[in-house]
Design a protein around this ligand. Structure first.
Ligand SMILES: Cc1ncc(COP(=O)(O)O)c(C=O)c1O
Length: 389
């Protein structure tokens, strides 16, 4: 068989993630300080790990219900009600998934008819555009800007909406920009969704990681719960990336159809992970608060370090990424990142990995120790000095 025809064209045409390409290069080098990885440097809290071990020791090595363990779904419904202000029926409207990654995929495949447009914002998480394309949708990107601290505003959306738009897909607090939305922004964008009769797919995986004010969820706005698929998961705030647990809360008609895709492709999310997630949601508050305090300390340090070296960086109000502007040095993001790596052994992700409007930026994750951050900033400062001289 002709190798060209062994893989479907629409899959062949997908580019690899810009993060992956960059880290394939990073993996070939030794003694790197990495600001590149988008996952917590903390291990999952002790009690969470013990819950997982206890579950295994009890021989809980079987499937759970397709929708997810009933106890975990009840914990999720309680948590979402308390923290985000909307009530969901744990039996019919909560679905436990293999990370938010699976939830994004099955949500889009459930709601999109071929060619329907999905509005989303860039710079954004690397999977958004490919996931829309793989679901047969047409991605329509709205570019957020440094001047607005990468917030998404209603006028930007009004310019991009068409009669074919079905879905608005959002991620705030945002990877890679650290942007958050104010209550006013959230209400404005909600009104936009209602006015244009759009479904909202909102990925709020960084909801707990805000440093200046509490996160405002779209599902807290009157009229939004009925048209929203709310996604969240354990990977970021609870430092549980390896447990692979996410969830989707949404009205029954959508949830039940997402279940079909989940049931045939996945069966059920990992049982050990689900036990650990229930513990985290019920008793993890203090551990999360301690990690948030440490991220905040690192964030404040990074902001002042960038300021000191004269590299413009808006203040990231959420998640654990700084997104400084390095476009003034006459190098592309990729060349800047490659030369930083080659000359200083510091890895950070070129901003264009997150979309065209990331050109000229660098994503620096502060999910690494203060010691690493100080050393990385020292080296970055030397590097920037060589570019200026
Ligand atoms: C915005 C965003 N959504 C989803 C994910 C995927 O998370 P999960 O580990 O739950 O699949 C990530 C991971 O980096 C992310 O940054």
């Amino acid at each position: 068989m002709n190798p060209q025809s062994r893989v479907a064209k629409h899959v062949r045409d997908l580019p690899f993630s810009g993060i992956r390409t960059f880290f394939d290069i990073v993996a070939t080098r030794k003694d790197i300080i990495s600001l590149g990885v988008g996952e917590p440097d903390f291990d999952a809290p002790g009690a969470v790990r013990e819950a997982a071990i206890g579950s295994l020791e009890r021989g809980e090595t079987h499937y759970t219900s397709n929708r997810g363990d009933p106890g975990l779904r009840q914990s999720i419904a309680r948590y979402v009600s308390r923290e985000f202000g909307a009530d969901y029926d744990w039996e019919k409207e909560v679905l436990v998934t293999v990370g938010v990654s699976e939830a994004i995929d099955i949500a889009l495949r459930t709601i999109l008819n071929p060619g329907e447009e999905v509005l989303y914002h860039e710079p954004c998480f690397v999977s958004y555009r490919p996931s829309i394309l793989l679901a047969g949708g047409t991605p329509v990107c709205v570019e957020t800007r440094r001047e607005d601290e990468f917030r998404l505003t209603r006028p930007m959306l009004e310019q991009a909406v068409t009669p074919r738009t079905r879905v608005l897909m959002l991620n705030f607090p945002c990877n890679p920009t650290g942007a958050v939305l104010s209550r006013e922004d959230v209400e404005d964008i909600s009104d936009f969704c209602i006015r244009h009769d759009l479904l909202l797919l909102t990925d709020e995986i960084y909801a707990e990681l805000t440093y200046e004010r509490k996160h405002v969820s779209f599902i807290s706005v009157p009229g939004m719960r009925e048209r929203t698929i709310f996604l969240h998961g354990m990977s970021k705030a609870w430092a549980m990336t390896g447990f692979r647990i996410g969830y989707a809360c949404c009205p029954f008609d959508i949830s039940e159809n997402m279940m079909k895709l989940h049931q045939y492709a996945i069966m059920s999310a990992p049982t050990t992970g689900q036990r650990a997630a229930a513990e985290a949601l019920e008793h993890g508050e203090q551990a999360v608060a301690a990690m948030v305090a440490e991220y905040n300390r690192r964030r404040n340090y990074l902001i002042s370090a960038f300021e000191e070296m004269g590299v413009p960086c808006h203040t990231p109000a959420g998640a654990f990424y700084a997104f400084p502007y390095i476009g003034g040095f006459g190098l592309s993001s990729r060349d800047f990142a490659m030369r930083l790596l080659e000359t200083q052994n510091v890895a950070a992700v070129p901003g264009d990995a997150f979309g065209r409007s990331g050109i000229g930026f660098l994503r620096c994750a502060y999910a690494t120790s203060m010691g690493n951050l100080r050393e990385a900033m020292k080296r970055l400062s030397v590097f920037v000095g060589t570019l200026r001289s």
